[in-house]
Design a protein around this ligand. Structure first.
Ligand code: BV8
Length: 227
């Protein structure tokens, strides 16, 4: 029976040193595109090719990326605490799994996933996708990336809230605390009695939710904290 007493929330900052862009840092992904154009259902309806180009490029880049010392440290933590660690990631790359983490919940979906906008059928995404690709389930030309856009409901919320209510320890790594509901998880864990830790390059918008903070690059501060 899994206890998930250690809940870890990760964001784009944990993958930055693996070469994958963050969203809100200088020159980040959102600097090149408006959120409304590439990460909303409305943006997809308006210009599906723009959205697929944005995600196709990230899918190819993520597939070539390798986990860094921070991902490796979290995989080690899970091996040392079998059944007690849940990683809730906002990231759509698969670097936690490549590092060996097993209990990973992608609340904002996965670049490796394709979804039918018509029948909700899911399949493994090819490198290059287009809306006109026929859905393997219903045949409709309604192929989209299986990621959660603004205004859509994140995956696994019941499991996440249940884990936060029982957590002894909540650690947020590499996230700016700008996107909800993830940004409120620290406060929820703290109110449930967990010890809360922020490991980030710089204080996030939700830094006041955390009892303990360490700032610096994830490849240094995460292995130091896990050790
Ligand atoms: C929902 C798609 C209802 C996938 C993304 C007004 C107030 C409050 C909320 C709202 C509001 N108006 C609208 C909302 C809701 C909205 C929202 O939060 N909007 C924001 C802009 C205000 N949220 C939603 O719509 C969500 N759905 O609310 O549904 C609901 C609620 C509860 C329960 C059920 C239903 C859906 C949100 C999902 C949006 N999809 N992406 C993709 O393209 O990847 S969001 C996008 O931002 C990514 O998913 C990303 O993961 C996420 C968060 O960004 P971060 O990961 O934190 O990255 P960022 O660049 O911001 O920060 C990087 C951090 O790393 C920085 O702090 C930096 O210092 C640090 N760093 C950098 N380098 C390093 C480092 N740290 C360590 N080492 C380094 N080397």
């Amino acid at each position: 029976m899994a206890h998930d007493t250690i809940v870890i929330l990760t964001g784009a900052g944990i993958s930055a040193e693996s070469g994958l862009g963050t969203f809100r840092d200088e020159g980040g992904l959102w600097a090149q595109h408006r959120i409304e154009d590439v990460a909303t259902p409305e943006g997809f309806s308006r210009d599906p090719d723009l959205v697929h180009n944005f995600y196709n490029a990230r899918r190819v880049q993520a597939a070539q990326a390798t986990p860094n010392a921070a991902h490796d440290a979290l995989a080690r933590l899970e091996r040392d605490h079998p059944g007690e660690v849940l990683i809730v990631t906002q990231n759509v790359d698969s670097l936690h799994e490549k590092a060996g983490s097993r209990n990973v919940l992608h609340m904002h979906g996965l670049l490796a996933g394709a979804l039918c906008h018509t029948c909700d059928h899911r399949w493994t995404a090819p490198d290059n996708m287009a809306k006109s690709d026929p859905c393997p389930g219903c045949g409709a030309p309604a192929t989209r990336p299986d990621v959660v856009w603004f205004g859509e409901i994140p995956y696994g919320m019941d499991q996440i809230y249940a884990a936060l209510s029982k957590a002894d320890l909540f650690v947020a790594i590499g996230t700016s605390g700008e996107v909800y509901p993830a940004a409120a998880f620290g406060q929820e864990a703290r109110q449930a009695g967990a010890h809360t830790v922020e490991l980030n390059l710089a204080p996030s918008s939700r830094v006041s939710d955390f009892a303990e903070t360490h700032f610096g690059p994830a490849t240094r501060i995460v292995p130091d904290w896990v050790a």
